[in-house]
Design a protein around this ligand. Structure first.
Ligand code: 5RP
Length: 252
């Protein structure tokens, strides 16, 4: 089996009996091989991206990377990166990034993504849309035939004002795909989940392929209350998949 801590090559043999967590780590470490000294890097959010941020911190500490600047995609990643001593900045100081590394909730055969189950889709889309190379890291459970196909939600970030009407409009918009639109909640009292930007999230559960993804994304964004949606279309430049067949590096 591949040893964690030693990134396998793209042609590495199938890892045997590895947990999903170990697969995430393998994909993350492989992506960090693309990070070079002096780069401005978008730091993703979620359990997979966390391994990549840890690895960047480790390489900085060992002196194998120098002069890195990280732009975190969430408050949580900001905290993690700070604790690792990764120098941080923001998009205003660095409007163009060399590279971003992040996980995804779903990856379709055209490398379109669903992101934002962790709630950080807005900053992720801003930062990952501003980089020259966007590497997505997933274990093979994230591969789907169509977006929404895993049975999990496509998130939509909205301003809190008039969320019920927005949920109704979204449900109506995707009624042919068997859409259920639910306000994301958290805690024992099921209070609304609030994003880093002070917004709410409506989760769209789709039974069928919505087909025209760009058309659907544009239609969602035309609803006045909507800030962003979790469909990341034509944005990934490389997807690294760790799974039963080993590590696969898929370039767009
Ligand atoms: C957070 C995200 C994450 O990248 C996505 O949810 C994947 O997370 P994980 O690696 O924990 O499965 O989009 O907003």
């Amino acid at each position: 089996a591949a040893r964690l801590g030693t990134p396998p090559s793209a042609q590495s043999p199938p890892p045997v009996n590895l947990t999903q967590e170990e697969l995430k780590k393998i994909a993350a470490y492989k992506a960090v091989e693309y990070v070079k000294s002096g780069m401005v890097i978008g730091l993703g959010t979620g359990s997979t991206a966390k391994h990549a941020v840890d690895r960047i911190g480790e390489l900085l500490r060992l002196g194998e990377l120098r002069g890195i600047v990280g732009i975190p995609t969430s408050k949580k990643t900001h905290e993690q990166a700070l604790s690792l001593g990764i120098p941080l900045s923001d998009l205003d100081s660095h409007p163009v990034l060399h590279l971003a590394i992040d996980g995804a909730d779903e990856v379709d055969p055209h490398l379109n993504l669903v992101k934002g189950r962790g709630g950080s889709l807005l900053r992720e889309k801003m930062i990952e849309g501003a980089c020259e190379k966007f590497i997505v890291i997933v274990d093979d459970s994230k591969l789907v035939k169509f977006l929404g196909g895993s049975g999990l939600a496509v998130p939509v970030e909205i301003v809190p004002f008039c969320w019920k009407n927005t949920a109704m409009r979204l449900r109506e918009m995707f009624k042919d795909s068997g859409c259920v639109a639910k306000l994301r909640t958290c805690g024992e009292e099921a209070e609304p989940f609030v994003t880093d930007n002070g917004n709410y999230i409506i989760d769209l559960y789709l039974e069928k392929d919505i087909g025209d993804l760009q058309g659907a994304s544009d239609a969602i964004l035309r609803i006045p209350c909507v800030v962003e949606n979790g469909m990341f279309l034509d944005m990934a430049t490389t997807v690294i998949v760790a799974g039963k067949k080993g590590v696969e590096v898929i370039d767009k």
